[in-house]
Design a binder for this molecule. Structure first.
Ligand SMILES: [Zn+2]
Length: 487
C-alpha cells in the first residue's frame, strides 16, 4: 500500500448505501471536511472508516435559520427557586440538583424568596451543588446568594475591596449573600458567558449542523463571545451571525465555521423609524456586503419593511423574520422583490391557543402562513427562535404539516405543507435560506444528517429520534449508537 493512499484513507469516512432524496442509493466518501466522492458504488480505501447506511436517508445537515444562542443556553441554566414551584428547602435542593449534573455552565436561580428558607447561604449551596458556579437571585432583585465556586469565578475574595452589602457570617467569612449590589455584581457577571456545549449537543442530536444567531444587538462583544465558544470547541455547528452596524467593520479574520450575516433590524409597530433613515441603514448594510433581516410580527411592520426594501433595493439574502401575519399583498410583494421569509410553524403548536384569544379573528388565517408563501413564489425557511420556541426542527416540521394548537384546533388549513416542503424549511443555505434542500455533491463541505429510516417511512414520522449520525465539517458531532452505549 502506498504512503499516499494510507494518509488519504486514514482520515476518510465512507457512508455506504445511503438514500439521497429523489436520486437513489449512493456511497459517499468524506475526506477531511469535504465530500470527495459520490457514486453508486465506491471501493473502500484501506483503513477507511465505514458507516453502513442500509438504504436509509442521508440529508444535508439541517439548518436552524433563526435562534438566540446565549439566551437559549442561559434559559437552560435557569432554575426557579421560589413559590409557587419551590416552597421549602427540600424542594429547593431538589430543583437545584436536577440542574447540577452538568459541570459546564453557570446555574442561575431566579425568584427566590425568604419563605423558602432563611438559611440559604454560600455553605448551603456548596453542599447541594459545589461543583459549578451558582447564583441565586431574590425575587425582589435586591439580594443575591453565590456559592464558593461562583465567588472564585468572579474573583470575589478578601484581596479586593468588598462593598458594604457583602455579608459576613459569624465566622467572619463571606456568607455568599450580597445585598443591594446588583450593579456591582452585574459588572463582574458581564464577563460570564453561558456555555454552549450542551445546547450544541442537543442541536446535533436533531441533525442540525448550521445555525443563524439572529440577535439584533449582536456587536463586537457578542461576536467575540461566539468566536470564543467556537474556538473552545463548545459550538460544533457552522454559524452565521446577524447583528448591528458594529459588525460592518468586522475584519475578515473569521474562524472557519463562522460567518458574518445580515444586519438585523428590529421593527416595532409602536415606534417605527423614519422611512428615510431605515432606507439608509439598509443601503449602508448592502454597501458592506451584508443583507438586511427584519423582525416583523405585525402586518404594519411587514408592510413597512417591504416599503423600505423597495426603496433601498433588494440584495440576495434580504429576509423577513417571523412574518407572523402576512396578507396577500405582502406575499406578492415579497415574491416580486425576491425577499426570503424565515418562519416558525411550531409557534402554532406551542402558542396557538393564545393566538386564538389575542389575534383579531380576521387575521387568524394569516398567521404563520406556509403553503401560500410557496404558491406565491416566496423562498420560505424556518428557525426555532429559541429560547422563545422549542429547538427541535422535527417538531417544527410536524407543526408545519398539522397546524394544530395545543388544544387541537386547526389554524390555516390552506397553509399545510407536505413533508418534503416542511423538511426543506431547514435545508437551505445559511446565507440564503429557503428553496429546496441543498443537493449533496462532490466538493461540498460534509455537513450531513443520516437517518435510521428511508424517506418513504420518515415522511410519515418526522421525528428527531430517527437521527442516527450528524456530521459537521466532516466531523461526527452526534452518533445515536454511541450515545445509547454511553447511557
Ligand atoms: Zn428571534
Amino acid at each position: 500500500m502506498s504512503q499516499e493512499l494510507y494518509s488519504r484513507s486514514e482520515c476518510s469516512l465512507l457512508i455506504r448505501r445511503a438514500q439521497l432524496l429523489g436520486r437513489g442509493v449512493f456511497d459517499v466518501r468524506i475526506s477531511g471536511s469535504t465530500i470527495t466522492a459520490l457514486a453508486e458504488q465506491l471501493v473502500p480505501l484501506s483503513g477507511e472508516s465505514i458507516v453502513e447506511a442500509g438504504c436509509n436517508l442521508l440529508l444535508p445537515g439541517l439548518h436552524d435559520h433563526h435562534l438566540h444562542l446565549f439566551a437559549t443556553a442561559a434559559a437552560r441554566a435557569s432554575v426557579v427557586c421560589g413559590p409557587p414551584q419551590v416552597n421549602n428547602e427540600v424542594e429547593l435542593e431538589a430543583a437545584l440538583l436536577k440542574h447540577c449534573k452538568s459541570k459546564s455552565t453557570w446555574l442561575r436561580g431566579v425568584g427566590f424568596h425568604d419563605s423558602v428558607s432563611k438559611r440559604i447561604d454560600r455553605q448551603w449551596l456548596d453542599r447541594v451543588c459545589g461543583n459549578r458556579p451558582v447564583r441565586i437571585q431574590h425575587r425582589s432583585g435586591m439580594m443575591w446568594i453565590l456559592n464558593s465556586c461562583a465567588l472564585s469565578e468572579l474573583a470575589i475574595d478578601e484581596k479586593i475591596e468588598l462593598p458594604d452589602g457583602a455579608e459576613r457570617g459569624d465566622d467572619g467569612q463571606l456568607s455568599g449573600r450580597f445585598y443591594n449590589l446588583d450593579a456591582w455584581l452585574g459588572e463582574r457577571l458581564a464577563k460570564v458567558r453561558p456555555i454552549l456545549r450542551d445546547l450544541s449537543h442537543e442541536l446535533a442530536a436533531f441533525g442540525v449542523t448550521g445555525l443563524t444567531d439572529t440577535g439584533a444587538t449582536n456587536g463586537r462583544a457578542s461576536w467575540s463571545a461566539l468566536e470564543a465558544a467556537m474556538n473552545a470547541g463548545e459550538l460544533r455547528q457552522r454559524l452565521l451571525v446577524m447583528g448591528n452596524e458594529e459588525l460592518h467593520e468586522l475584519v475578515a479574520t473569521q474562524p472557519k465555521r463562522m460567518a458574518l450575516g445580515p444586519l438585523k433590524i428590529y421593527l416595532r409597530e409602536v415606534t417605527l423609524p423614519e422611512l428615510d433613515a431605515l432606507v439608509a441603514r439598509i443601503a449602508t448594510a448592502h454597501q458592506h456586503g451584508r443583507s438586511a433581516a427584519f423582525h416583523c410580527v405585525s402586518l404594519v411592520e411587514l408592510h413597512f419593511a417591504i416599503l423600505a426594501l423597495r426603496e433601498a433595493g433588494v440584495r440576495a439574502g434580504d429576509r423577513i423574520e417571523h412574518a407572523a401575519i402576512a396578507d396577500d399583498y405582502a406575499l406578492d410583494a415579497l415574491a416580486e422583490l425576491g425577499i426570503t421569509v424565515v418562519t416558525q410553524p411550531h409557534f402554532i403548536a406551542e402558542r396557538g391557543d393564545q393566538y386564538l384569544v389575542d389575534v383579531d379573528v380576521d387575521d387568524v388565517p394569516l398567521l404563520y402562513r406556509g403553503a401560500s408563501f410557496l404558491r406565491a413564489g416566496v423562498a420560505l425557511a424556518a428557525g426555532s427562535d429559541a429560547p422563545y420556541g422549542g429547538t427541535d426542527p422535527w417538531s417544527s416540521m410536524r407543526a408545519a404539516i398539522a397546524r394544530r394548537t395545543p388544544s387541537d384546533v386547526e389554524i390555516g388549513r390552506k397553509e399545510t405543507l407536505s413533508p418534503l416542503q416542511a423538511l426543506n424549511l431547514f435545508g437551505g443555505e445559511l446565507q440564503k435560506p429557503g428553496g429546496d434542500l441543498r443537493a449533496l455533491a462532490v466538493g461540498q463541505v460534509a455537513d450531513l444528517c443520516l437517518l435510521a429510516l428511508p424517506w418513504e417511512q420518515l415522511q410519515l414520522d418526522l421525528d428527531a429520534r430517527h437521527v442516527a449520525l450528524t456530521l459537521c465539517d466532516g466531523q461526527i458531532i452526534y452518533d445515536a449508537a454511541a450515545t445509547q452505549l454511553a447511557s
